[in-house]
Design a protein around this ligand. Sequence first.
Ligand code: NAP
Length: 285
Amino acid sequence: MAGKILSGKKVADSILEHAKKEVQVLKKKGITPKLVVMQVGDDPASTIYVNKKHKTCVEIGIDSEIKKFGTEIKYTDFLVEIGNLNKDKKVHGILVQAPLPEHLSHKMVYETIDVQKDVDGFHPCNHGKNLLGKDGLQPATPKGIMRLLEETGIKIEGKTAVVIGRSNIVGKPIALMLINAGATTTVCNSKTKNLGNITKEADILISAVGKANLVKKNMVKKGAIVIDVGTNKNKKGKLCGDVDFENVKEIAGWITPVPGGVGPMTIASLIENTIKACKVLECAN
Ligand code: NAP
């Protein structure tokens, strides 16, 4: 029997519906949450993501501003721009869209964002809170993945989890969340030997790599929950994940599609984080 499809789109829609109501309540108190997305350069994929975020904010009733900068902007000038947004009382969320040009892809960029406005959850302080299992602004994609796992109704505690990928924005933070939720967690990377032997042990398998068809049916345990974070283009130029979806869905218990899986959850989590940041900054809980 084929695995159940874990639709991020469906869950994200219900989160956004709730978010819309929360924004209406805030607006009645004279407060409008505001998100500013900073984009450097005009990478086409980044522009698509930035526009998607903007469109969702508008639908929810959140004020949204996209600040675009040329790739020639100096590092110090960029930090000044972040500093100005930190000081702006009307702004509750600041997001710097990746990737950044080489001279800006410096960790001080994320460290400069006010921790309370860091709606992407990339500030070292928010990463630290995630590590400690403390309340803070959690990285959007891992937060969305945890919500999807919750949706299956399967208890995480005591399960074996395997995360493929160790990036600061997905692999490491989701591994920490799984550890905090009581899963026995292994993190794999590009140097991992016998990847398939490790993934085959997983009750929960998360792939965050960026390689189409990396995860094949013979690497997956029967009944496993398979979460595909990867966004790739297949040979026909169509969007696909890391997982060989058609074959793996035959053996998985639950599986996320690409598109319509983790992607919509990332945006929904960003919206939730923006509302949360707004409430904290305005003391409007
Ligand atoms: P990243 O920074 O490039 O990290 C990729 C990770 O995969 C690295 O840790 C790398 O290992 C590991 N890796 C590469 N080849 C591997 C292999 N053959 N076997 C095992 N591990 C391997 O990427 P990222 O930012 O985490 O993003 C990962 C993917 O998720 C990308 O496709 C990205 O577009 C997608 N993504 C999607 C969303 C969404 O909302 N849907 C959000 C964020 C990211 P090393 O560390 O050893 O190099």
